[in-house]
Design a protein around this ligand. Structure first.
Ligand SMILES: Nc1ncnc2c1ncn2[C@@H]1O[C@H](COP(=O)(O)OP(=O)(O)OP(=O)(O)O)[C@@H](O)[C@H]1O
Ligand SMILES: CC(=O)N[C@H]1[C@@H]2OC[C@@H](O2)[C@@H](O)[C@@H]1O[C@H](C)C(=O)O
Length: 379
């Protein structure tokens, strides 16, 4: 089956799309990427999406307009990747506006903005969306969801294999080895902490809004890391908590950046602040990987793979493992999450459970997603 996956993540830089052929066993499908495309958000739409995610109030009419514009942009991204309309099914994540992890007895909740039936009508295809809700209803975190798709799409190696997403938020997957005492261990996965959310906010602030990110980490590279402060940040409660755990801009957003910059000192040089924040992202991952089974390799995806300074810090702080790009396995750095949502949609189509309670903490596995089917043409 030809499935189109659409993913727009917490950095809200745009929509990643992948057209993939999926066939065979649901648990371990044969797959081949047919096309990929990234469609940036128009600056005005991006500004509004980030602002409402940080608490800007909107009236109901404006919310409806935002949801409609976002949905129409998902259709633009779909057509950019699949202009001939070869997809038979579409999986669309939507845009996360707020994520509230479970807290004690209070279940979690998560909002991915999208008008699924409208997208189904615009594309003339069945669309699967709202992937997180049923896991949250079952007491889980509803995130991260990619550990399940990583396990299905990528083979195992002679030891533990780790995969890292360096998007707005950093999240890890740990795949157990195929043999040995850990061969029956469950797949692990969790949100580590900030990847680029704090960096992007800091760069935008230091450049008076002229720059969206620190290209290749060149600005941070000029600075000096405040290692003492970084080590103090590593002891924060979220970073010390065991999985299951999930997060977002709610914890690692503008207010968090304000606090960290204040702790670095009022006169901190932008380069020094960026160097410390970049090293902090890598150190969080290194601290997490040092706690569990030591992986043989760390495969990295997400926009952060284009930050050379961040990748150097990662190699330095994740000792004893080979740090490689996922691109070497036929998945470009901006395709992994879109591919995941194509597979999750395919699983929904087949009635195959897509969640991993060992990752999200849900009471049980479940089939994820709501499916909107376009009315018959001429209907
Ligand atoms: N050339 C570059 N140099 C440095 N950083 C870059 C570069 N290109 C992209 N990035 C970073 O990658 C980020 C986008 O990465 P990505 O698209 O993987 O995030 P996302 O999918 O929106 O987030 P998440 O995975 O947390 O949902 C940008 O916000 C920016 O910080
Ligand atoms: C609520 C939400 O959108 N969470 C995202 C975010 O971005 C990365 C990390 O936090 C991950 O947990 C998740 O997305 C990926 C695709 C996931 O669910 O695996």
């Amino acid at each position: 089956m030809r499935v189109l996956g659409l993913m727009s993540g917490t950095s809200a830089d745009g929509v990643d799309a992948v057209l993939v052929r999926l066939e065979g066993r649901s648990a371990r499908p044969r797959w081949r990427i047919l096309a990929g495309a990234h469609t940036p958000y128009p600056p005005d739409l991006r500004e509004r999406l980030v602002a409402v995610g940080q608490g800007r109030p909107l009236d109901a009419a404006a919310w409806l307009t935002l949801a409609e514009e976002l949905t129409e942009h998902q259709a633009v991204a779909a057509r950019a990747c699949d202009p001939q309309g070869r997809a038979e099914l579409v999986g669309c994540h939507g845009q996360t506006l707020w994520h509230r992890p479970p807290d004690g007895e209070r279940r979690g909740a998560s909002w991915q903005l999208l008008q699924g039936p409208l997208l189904a009508e615009l594309l003339g295809r069945p669309v699967v969306f709202d992937f997180r809700s049923v896991d949250l209803a079952l007491g889980g975190h509803g995130a991260p969801l990619v550990p399940a798709t990583d396990a299905a799409l990528l083979g195992r190696i002679g030891g533990w294999r780790a995969l890292l997403n360096l998007g707005g938020i950093a999240n890890l997957t740990l795949l157990p080895p195929p043999t040995g005492p850990d061969r029956n261990a469950p797949v692990q996965g969790w949100d580590c902490g900030p990847a680029n959310t704090l960096l992007d906010l800091a760069v935008s602030r230091f450049s008076d809004g002229r720059l969206p990110f620190d290209a290749d980490g060149a600005w941070a590279r000029q600075g000096r890391i405040d290692e003492g402060r970084l080590q103090q940040w590593l002891r924060e409660p979220y970073l010390q908590a065991p999985p299951p755990k999930s997060t977002g801009r709610e914890l690692f957003g503008a207010a968090d950046l304000d606090r960290r910059l204040a702790e670095l000192g009022a006169g901190v040089e932008p380069a020094d602040a960026l160097a410390t924040l970049t090293a902090f992202t890598a150190a969080v991952v290194g601290q997490d990987l040092a706690r569990g089974p030591r992986p043989l390799e760390l495969l990295v995806a997400g926009g952060g793979t284009r930050n050379g300074f961040l990748m150097e810090q990662l190699q330095r702080r994740c000792r004893g493992m080979a740090v490689r790009s996922l691109a070497g396995h036929g998945i470009a750095e901006d395709q992994r999450e879109a591919l995941a949502f194509a597979l999750l949609a395919w699983w929904r189509w087949r009635g195959h459970p897509g969640s991993l309670p060992s990752v999200t903490g849900a009471r049980r596995a479940a089939v994820l997603g709501v499916m909107a089917v376009p009315p018959p043409s001429g209907g």
